[in-house]
Structure formats: C-alpha cells, structure tokens
Design a protein. Sequence first.
Length: 364
Amino acid sequence: MKNNIFKHIFLATTMVVGLVSCEDRELITIDEQAAPIVMDLSTESLVLDSNFPSNPAITVKWSEAEYTVPVEVKYNVEISSKESFDDAQVITTKAQSVTYAAFTTQEMNEAVKKIGLIPYQSQKMFFRVKSFVGTDDLSQTSNITSLMITPYLASPTYEYEDLFLVGNAAVGTWDNNAGDSRLLPLMKTSSATKFTFTGLFKSGADIGFKMIKEKGDWESQFGKGTVDGQLSTVGSSGNLTVPSEGYYTLTVDIAALTYTLEPAAIPTKTYANISVIGTATSGSDIQLTKSAHDPNLWIGTKVNLKTGVFKFRANNSWDVNWGTNAEFFGTGVAGGADIPVSAEWNYDIYFNDATGQYSFIPVQ
C-alpha cells in the first residue's frame, strides 16, 4: 500500500512539472491544414546502361513539409520493390532547403541492388519521400509513385594490379594470348608492388620464364637484368631460370626491380579433383581444371560466381577443404572461413592445393 501511495504522488508531481514546462515552450506539430508532401519522378521508365555510369539517370522532386513552427527538417528518399514498402531502403538524405535528389546511372544501379531487382529485366520500382525532425520524429510521408527500371549487372570493385607468369619453365608455354588460362597470376600481397608464387619450375636448354602485367601484352614484361636477382623491363631482357627442376618460391618487387628464387618443399599429396562450392555457386560443385604443368595448380575459366561465399574442396567432399575471409586473393587454410564474393560476375579462378593460395580475378 505504501508503495502505491508513493507511485501516485510521483506521477502527479511529474504531470504538474510537465504542464509547467509546456507553458514555456511552443509545441511542434504537423500542419494539418497544409497539403501533404508531393513527390514526382523525372521519368516513367529507365534502362540503365553500364557504358555510361556517370550519366544522369533520374531526378526525384518533392514539396516542402510544413510544421506549425520553424524546425530543421530532413528528407529521406526511399525505394522498394513493393508498394507496401516492406523492403524499404533509404538511398539518400537531404537537408531542409533541398527538395530534390539527382542520381547517376551507377548510383541508381547500386540502389536497385539493395532491393534485389534482377539485372537485365524490366521491373517496377517504387519511390516515396519521408520528412522528419531530429532523429526520426514527426514524420510525414509523400505519395508513392513508381517507374519501370532495367538494371545491369555491376562489375566488382577490383583495385589490384596483377602479374602473370609466362614461359615454358613456369607454365609450360610461351604463348602470350589474352585468353590463355595457362598463364598464372602471382599471389598479390599487402604491398601493391610485391608478389609471390610457389610452384613447379622446369630447367634445361632454352627453358625459362618472364612476367607480364597483362595477358597478351609484351610491353609490360619483366625479364632478367644484368645480374641474378635483378629484373629488367627492356624487351630484350633475358629469361629467368632455375638451376634444376623443382619447386621454388618466387618473390618479386616490381618497384625495386628485384626477385628471389628459393627452393620450396615438394608437395606430398595430389587430388583427383578440386572444386569450388557455396552460396556463390548456388550450392553446386564447380570443377576446376588441373594444370598440365603442375599437378598442384587448379584453374577455372570465366566461372560465374554469385554474391555470396564459397570454399575450395577436394574430391567433392568436405573432408578436405580450404577457406579464409579474404576476397579476390588469399591463403586458404584447412577448414577455414568462407571466402566472400561481393558481386556476381565471371571470374578466372586459380588455386594452389599445396600452399592454399588462391586468386579469383574478374573477367569480361
């Protein structure tokens, strides 16, 4: 009983204080007499073209929200794949004096991905504008309008420079063709100019190798300099060689124009097949091709990976698998984490089952 008496006294006191406070300030309310926010789009249909990502795509305009007293108003532009806005996504926020938002082709294509629309199909996309005060108070919502939009498949953000092996000592061929999957990438590192590769190198008369930045292009080659350990970018540079056939670790610094070749442990195990599997492959094994030059190297050409994750595994079984949480390149460990894929695209995939090192490079 005593507790109840104290509760009533506390509530009564609070109400009095609240009434006194309200007398000293003006309440902010939505102006019920004003027209609601009216929103309009600059087009009724839109086909996004990946060739012109910076081109203007669409402008969203709306009228100002009105409140009973001057306040700092902000506006969220929201999109959805459903008129109910169950999957609403905010694509931009504008300050009080701004009553429009313009989007480029690339910006609109990125927005479309947020609500799961399918590339290269015409689909309905809904828009609305919500005003608010403070964090999310006293909101007003505009009318809902829509357009038909056809998005494209956005290429991954790949900001790395690659370096490829070419030559009969390292990959079994001197053919330098842009689409030749036998030309293997060196492993990238935390430094943009340093690379490494572990694999089988052959030796003998007229057997050697070089490195190139781009498949099919000899202009960006790296050969042997005037002394061992030195690289040269001159077209007439010599071939790099090893003293005897075996497994070596090649380390390269293209800024310092230096390299090292150190003997590596000979792999003791080979596998009948290696595949990639995960949500990025829709749950099915995609088989890689064993290198004809080195039985521990595996290659997949123009493999379509969806946004998701995958791992490498041997013999279509989870008994032996590799992974790590690193996109585009990394060193997978036995039973490691899933490998992320941020964008659906076609990739050339390279995997070394002796070291766990892998690369997957976006290709057209």
